[in-house]
Design a protein around this ligand. Structure first.
Ligand code: SAH
Length: 262
């Protein structure tokens, strides 16, 4: 599998933001065993011939950073894949689309006037990026999984009924994802975020923390988010229904494809 594509078939860490996404993954892993460390349940096993450690990230930056550190330091994974949902910010980023991060910023990091707003103190940058070649492979894989042809073919995505949910064919976007310890559900807050971070495509609560830890460990990572809401005044209404009907299916199909490609 991975040997034919020339990629390093190491141990891969998979972080799911939602219990439904993790469960979908565990359902297809044949041999996983659970280890409880630091109050988290790490599932160690295999999928598609790869060694996998799957875990719920938990919500928020500190929780996600701790989980990531455990994956890297305790389990020695050499790649991290994060899947979850996010609020859409960018123009044309619709519910049901998928965003692959090529840069991540903590939108609530502000040590000004000591450091410019958003800058990570001591690191001299605000945005962190996974290796470009890795992101390109991830993006291509996600595009393939969600292409009209593969959606029409059914398979892993046969249970997603886009028309019934009044969703369009998903578009795959690549760009900036912003993270903070805040569920954004007000149009006014969205406008404020876009004003200060105009390139932001999506907002969520973990990605930039995962990025910071992976950056420190020099391990490639992907943050892949299905847009569950527009982070506006209806954000909380759209949310649970969407995870069950769409996000967990996309997430599983994407992770399975990535295991064979990255
Ligand atoms: N209802 C959930 C709470 C989820 S909090 C529960 O009961 O557990 C929202 C989660 O989805 C976070 O992990 C965050 O990363 C992501 N998310 C989705 N939409 C978001 C938004 N509009 N603002 C911030 N985070 C969002």
């Amino acid at each position: 599998m991975s040997s034919t594509t020339g990629h390093h078939p190491g141990r891969i860490g998979i972080m799911a933001a939602m219990p439904e996404e993790l469960q979908a993954l565990l359902d297809v892993m044949p041999d996983e065993t659970m280890q409880r460390v630091a109050g988290r349940e790490f599932w160690v096993g295999h999928l598609h011939g790869r060694e996998v450690v799957a875990v719920l990230s938990r919500i928020g930056k500190v929780a996600a950073a701790t989980t990531t550190t455990m994956l890297l330091s305790h389990y020695g994974v050499d790649q991290v894949i994060f899947t979850g949902v996010a609020g859409g910010l960018g123009e044309g980023v619709r519910v049901g689309d998928v965003v692959v991060a090529d840069a991540l910023i903590q939108h609530d990091m502000d040590a000004s006037p000591l450091f410019p707003r958003f800058e990570l103190p001591g690191q001299g940058v605000s945005a962190l990026s996974p290796p470009a070649a890795f992101t390109a492979r991830v993006r291509e894989t996600v595009e393939q999984v969600l292409s009209p042809a593969s959606l029409a073919a059914g398979g892993a995505l046969a249970d997603v009924h886009l028309a019934a949910l009044q969703l369009a064919q998903p578009r795959v976007h690549q760009g900036l994802i912003i993270s903070g310890d805040q569920f954004i559900n007000a149009a006014q807050t969205c406008r404020e975020l876009i004003q200060v971070l105009p390139a932001a495509l999506a907002v969520e609560m973990e990605g930039a923390a995962v990025a910071q830890v992976c950056h420190d460990f020099s391990v490639p990572y992907a943050v892949i988010r299905t847009i569950s809401d527009r982070a506006d005044d209806d954000a909380h209404i759209d949310f649970p229904r969407f995870i069950d009907a769409v996000a967990r299916h996309y997430s599983l199909a994407i992770v399975e494809a990535l295991l064979q490609r990255v």
